[in-house]
Design a protein around this ligand. Structure first.
Ligand SMILES: C[S@@+](CC[C@H](N)C(=O)[O-])C[C@H]1O[C@@H](n2cnc3c(N)ncnc32)[C@H](O)[C@@H]1O
Length: 320
């Protein structure tokens, strides 16, 4: 019998998947997510956040030809790469695969007609998006003020940074970045307009702070960049919509697994699962969130802030 770790193949997007100079995306809490999904051969599963297809590939390998995998991503580039990666499933073992360029907020319209046996969401941005300066997510490289996961999305970082009223900008930075110095930062940004690119934005934010102390871990622009990204992509609204739809998409016994990366997301997930459990819609599988172990954090620093929560849909059909 194959050893457990053999079942997981390579937990990294294939070399060259992202063009030159870009980093691969290492799936976070991969084994834990697959274990909580308790994948049933021949079942129907939804990956709400395909990304580079790391989690999806492990799901697809376990489904067999009678199974069905439905994957969502807002990012057309991610969809293409995930599609290629999913061809790694052995011939004869490939499940039916449906990949959708859509927000998971619309999951109720696209779920399997008879309900899903499992739904996974691994929230946030992928390393593909973060590592490509042209997408504008990173304050560590010079790129356009974009930050859209969906290249056709209507909001861009430029609209927020160069056109929003100072008070609204401060509110975005406070609400979505949990940044205490939001007013000072918003004032500095408005004074420095027009902001040319991500590097210029990071520089303006840094200048509004005292100089960084040696060894300080978090860059002064971290929270503001997070806030703008969340606002541009309506991340929290989408997450609320996903959680609202999930009980109706899952079959009784179906599993919901959500991996979040910051406290705003985790609070929303925690509250939705707790309320669902109180209403008899879910049985909680994680009392406390599951976090990455030291070995995973060493291998993949992005996993440091990951929190996985899981629940099972009960047989309470009144709430479907
Ligand atoms: C952390 S990555 C997923 C990585 C993936 N699990 C893997 O192992 O390769 C998150 C992905 O979700 C996508 N995403 C974020 N919000 C979304 C939404 N509302 N609807 C659809 N896709 C979304 C992003 O574009 C990104 O590709």
């Amino acid at each position: 019998m194959a050893r457990e770790e053999d079942d997981f193949g390579s937990n990294k997007a294939p070399e060259g998947a992202h063009g030159s100079g870009q980093v691969g995306h290492v799936s976070v809490l991969l084994k834990e997510a697959i274990d909580f999904l308790a994948i049933r051969r021949g079942g129907s599963y939804i990956d709400a956040t395909l990304g580079l297809g790391g989690h999806s590939l492990e799901i697809a390998k376990r489904l067999g030809p009678q199974g069905h995998l439905i994957g969502f991503d807002k990012d057309t580039q991610a969809l293409e790469l995930a599609r290629k990666r999913l061809t790694q499933v052995n011939v004869g073992e490939q499940p039916r695969i449906t990949l959708l360029h859509s927000s998971y907020a619309d999951i109720a319209q696209h779920g399997p007609p008879t309900g899903a046996d499992g739904l996974l969401a691994d929230l946030g941005v992928s390393s593909l998006q973060f590592g490509d300066p042209a997408r504008g997510f990173s304050f560590q490289a010079e790129g356009p003020l974009d930050m859209r996961m969906d290249p056709q999305g209507e909001r861009t970082a430029d609209q927020v940074v160069n056109h929003m009223r100072e008070e609204d900008l401060a509110n975005v930075i406070y609400e979505f970045g949990e940044e205490r110095r939001s007013r000072r930062i918003a004032r500095a940004i408005v004074r420095a307009r027009p902001i040319r690119n991500t590097a210029h934005l990071a520089q303006v934010i840094s200048a509004a702070f005292r100089p960084m102390k040696h060894g300080e871990r978090i860059h002064p622009a971290t929270r503001t960049f997070q806030a703008i990204r969340i606002f541009v992509n309506r991340e929290l609204d989408d997450l609320r919509a996903l959680l609202k739809a999930a009980p109706g998409v899952l079959k009784p016994g179906g599993r919901l697994v959500i991996i979040s990366f910051h406290s705003l997301e985790d609070r929303i997930v925690k509250d939705a699962l707790r309320d669902g459990a109180k209403a008899g819609v879910y049985r909680l599988l994680t009392k406390k969130p599951v976090e990455a172990g030291e070995e995973e954090i060493d291998r993949n620093p992005r996993s440091r802030s990951a929190k996985l929560r899981a629940a099972e849909r009960t047989d309470n059909s009144a709430s479907r």
